[in-house]
Design a protein around this ligand. Sequence first.
Ligand SMILES: Nc1ncnc2c1ncn2[C@@H]1O[C@H](COP(=O)(O)OP(=O)(O)OP(=O)(O)O)[C@@H](O)[C@H]1O
Length: 903
Amino acid sequence: MSSKKHKFLTQIAILVFIFGSVTMGVLSLGSMSSIAVSYGENGPVFCGLSSDGSHSVTCFGADASIVYGAPFRLPLLGLTAGDGFVCGLLLETNQPYCWGSNIYVKMGVPQPMEEGAQYSEISAGDDHLCALRVPGKMPHRGISSIDCWGYNMTASHAFAGGIESISAGSVFNCGLFARNKTAFCWGDETGSGVIGLTPKNVRFRSISAGGFHVCGVLENAQVICWGRSLEMRQTSSSGILGQGDVNMVPMDPMVAVVGGRFHSCGIKSDDHHVVCWGFTLRNSVPPPKQTKVYEIAAGDYFTCGVLAENSLRPICWGTGGPWSIPMAVSPGICASTPCGPGYYEYTHPGLGSKICKPANSRVCLPCSVGCPDGNYQSTPCNATSDRGCEFDCSSCVSGDCLTFCADQKKSKTRKLFSLQMPIFVAEIVFAVVLVSAVSVVAFLYVRYKLRNCRCSKTELRVVKNRAYSFHKESVKIQPDMEELKIRRAQTFTYEELEKATGGFCEESQVGKGSFSCVFKGILKDGTVVAVKRAIKASDVKKSSKEFHTELDLLSRLNHAHLLNLLGYCEEGGERLLVYEFMAHGSLYQYLHGKDPRQKEQLDWVRRVTIAVQAARGIEYLHGYACPPVIHRDIKSSNILIDEEHNARVADFGLSLLGPADSSSPLSELPAGTLGYLDPEYYRLHYLTTKSDVYSFGVLLLEILSGRKAIDMQYEEGNIVEWAVPLIKSGDISAMLDPVLKPPTDLEALKKIAAIACKCVRMRGKDRPSMDKVTTALERALALLMGSPCNEQPILPTEVVLGSSRMNKKASQRSSNQSCSENDLADAEDQRTEYRAPSWITFPSVTSSQRRKSSASEADMDANMKNNSEGKNVGDSGRDGLTSLEEEIGPASPHEDLFLQHNF
Ligand SMILES: Nc1ncnc2c1ncn2[C@@H]1O[C@H](COP(=O)(O)OP(=O)(O)OP(=O)(O)O)[C@@H](O)[C@H]1O
């Protein structure tokens, strides 16, 4: 092979490899990107690769050694930056070239570790640079090499398995394995405190290191962060830093994240807007609102992005950097293979594909997932363009949407008018003539009929009264109609839903409940939905109440683990609710369905994850909805599993709005499902949020044992009566689902069983509140997933939930503290420490509302202090079901009514 050809093929191989890593959107403090932000004594410097295809770099900022040292004649593939220096990967040789002033990193090409070594990606930390070697150039197959230069870092590292990308933090580095997409980190653990916290067995799309933390985008596009930034809370009291905790990640799905010193920013996947969290310096410029970006890169306290518009202008925020950057930069790094699934090829309307120099190379950008609120997807993402979204004119909320729809309506009307004017006029004339003729005939007929009619005074009064009562009725009807005008739910016609479900045919039926049948349907725009059709009940009033309660509740509630109501239809006695379709049915189907393989699929981690997610949904109903909502029918058939295998709490048909003070009882006729029903509520009609806690406890036992709540094929048919004594005797293996192999360490499941026991206590006030249950379950899940220590519950919790929890004290506590303390008790002590502020997790409620709710729980807890909360599960003799009569008195006279109602 000629050397020219060899060089050409090598370059293709390099570009192919680069494509694999770069398109994953790994940009950060030091990762490679088309833009980079350096920081240090002289302040931040922005560098960017030109968008004209020259691959030349230009820098802006106060540090002259970087601005004037930039090798603008050398074409670069990508950039990365550290403290006082910037590096680029040379397009021709695939070797790093650094410039600026940092005594630890050599300027110019860093000495290659091996003669002729070529690199696919570079990433800079504070005082070091790491580079990932091109696999073809490595001596051993299946071994990846990463070379690092700089302070305490100069070494060549070999890793078993392909590495997809690397990202450098302040004094550490992380990488992502290509095969199983798990993260690994190495470097100075004492200085960073990040390495030991790296989550195991968690699959990432991309990771991105910041100063002392790392954030990663999970496969479901949720972001989790881990690291030591919490300790900077101390620094904040000195007045240097603003508030914020980088571990408290917004719930929004994202396509990319970057890490700054103690903050991170991400690009939201539905609208590509920037979202930032964590510490920022006081008086810093906030991140841009409602601004779409293609790419972002962070320095220490300064972050920049590339505007997603034709100008491709950089935009920056934070502290101290250059604000005006008069250049157009490339929206990403050039790759030589076609964009893979989930990516599209960027084309600039003016420049076309001139952005990339190597022949047949292109910039691949990640497809957006979903559309912003109030929009629907009009076109899917394809090889050359992102998905398109259009305003949904049937559910306009924003001003933009209203203007757009009004304009559209106007232009449609104008078009229609000009095309159909003559027909229209003829139709109107015809209609007027017809209506006049009918009116005249009707008038003459009525006059003829009434000619001999004389009303008595009594008759007149009756007529008057009727008129009055009609008026009264219409007055009463009005608010009901108003009630139906729900902000988010859309109205559907019966015909639309009939079509969507193939005429409600048997094949499309996916489930049946006591009040309804559930059908799978496909709407006109291709959205797959579940249509819940109310069974025409003889007691119409009751089912109407169900219908309206559910509508009202669902349209107001908003949480990742609640089932979203999309719309409704009420026509001619038919009542239908339209929900998101849950591709994997219900937890009940998994646990007790006919196919035993389904049950096996739910391994322990999956089961506990579902429990945690369901707990979060219920916790939201209790603690964040205002007034609190009591579900009243928590059971496995109401826990649905979505496409991504996340749990969603469904069926609010039996929900009641709770009293504002969640500890005060609501006397209602008991409703719910046998086996899950809180004995206190059932017997005394004493309904609080703790009734849901009881049902949730039963659900936990069901998840652990794989048994139904009531299963008459066993001698002991009631799950609580069977499982609780076994757990209390310490024989947990006897109650675990025999279908699954028990985990090697039973500790986590023991903890969950203990939580379940507490939930099913006889007295509501002795049961933990849902937020405590959630926290305890999350800690158990962390343990199950093999977190290094369950003192750090953030990682697996975040991993699974993609949500944010904060752990104020975790980093302050000594690391040698026991990992096996009673979790629920711990959780109770640290309740406030793990609580994410409501604006992140639950945007529909204010934190003050949350605090109020927590306070009322705290009051309750104070009363409970002398109770069994602090006791070991095993020593609470009063928990036994045999003490039911003694504890809550005789059965209520309404018991029969309850049975009729439910069964
Ligand atoms: N959104 C959905 N997507 C997919 N399947 C669903 C959806 N909603 C309900 N189902 C299926 O339909 C079944 C019946 O649901 P439904 O809410 O009507 O009754 P239920 O909760 O099982 O019983 P009950 O009404 O007696 O409480 C569920 O168990 C589930 O299998």
